[in-house]
Design a protein around this ligand. Sequence first.
Ligand code: STX
Length: 320
Amino acid sequence: MTALRTFYPEIEPYASGHLDVGDGHAVYWERVGTPGAKPAVFLHGGPGGGLAPSHRCVFDPARYDVLLFDQRGCGRSTPFAGLAHNTTWDLVGDIERLRELAGVDKWLVFGGSWGSTLALAYAERHPERVTELVLRGIFTLRRWELQWYYQHGASLLFPDKWERFIAPIPESERSNLMAAYRRRLVSEDRATRVAAAREWSRWEGETITLLPDPAVSNAFYDEDYALAFARIENHYFVHAGWLDEGQLIRDAARLRDIPGVIVQGRYDIACPPQTAWDLHRAWPEAEFIMVEGQGHVQSQPGILHHLIEATDRFAGSAFV
Ligand code: STX
């Protein structure tokens, strides 16, 4: 057995800036790797999760020219935690604007979790712009996926953490927790917003790794991080991502000519394997990798191994 692949070394961007995308939003972007090498775009999770330094390290910097960006309202993008003009289709438009900024015709699209949702939405809308897809922890915002994580299902595996998640919501409102959280996350009162954001974010931070991992969950306790993450996620989820029910699986035939890899952790509680399986059935041409004994996040060793193997393999593909 050969050693597991792991992150490429930490790296600083060779360029960065803000792009005015209209509607009052400015999107922070950065470019990493070798200018003019194979183009790729990295789509982070959440939505509202923002970039982390490790996101730069899933591509060989000698062979890729990667653009990463903080999606509307999070990270270094402004307005912070802004929900107006912040939809899936606004983000798909931003990816096209950023592609033009990068000056490339097509690129590899990499995304995990919500990043996989956005990657599918983008690739199904603009298949001619995508050279390859590398997807992890597949999430398509169908009703049962949201109900599973935020109403009933995952609650049965984490009763201790679930008790904290529902604590800010009175009994009378618990039949629809996403809606109850929405009311608090958009409250005029900052203390109300923060209290709700903390518990919304803590739930996710403590349920996305196979075993408790403070290196992952600690970030979710930060007040500002939690506010953007919770407000933006909840906003997207109460609107079902502005997608028809099942749309991303339904339209997967549009991906047929795009080389793809689907990497899924067996014990991914946030994005259970059924969704990756449904995508695999709808898009059998893509390579499907079920990683045993792993959870949701990209940094789980077995998951990371397959992601980096995929980007390495595609690094050899022609791109012009
Ligand atoms: N949210 C799934 C998702 O996209 C329901 C996601 N979960 N955690 C993350 O993203 C980060 C670790 C990237 C914040």
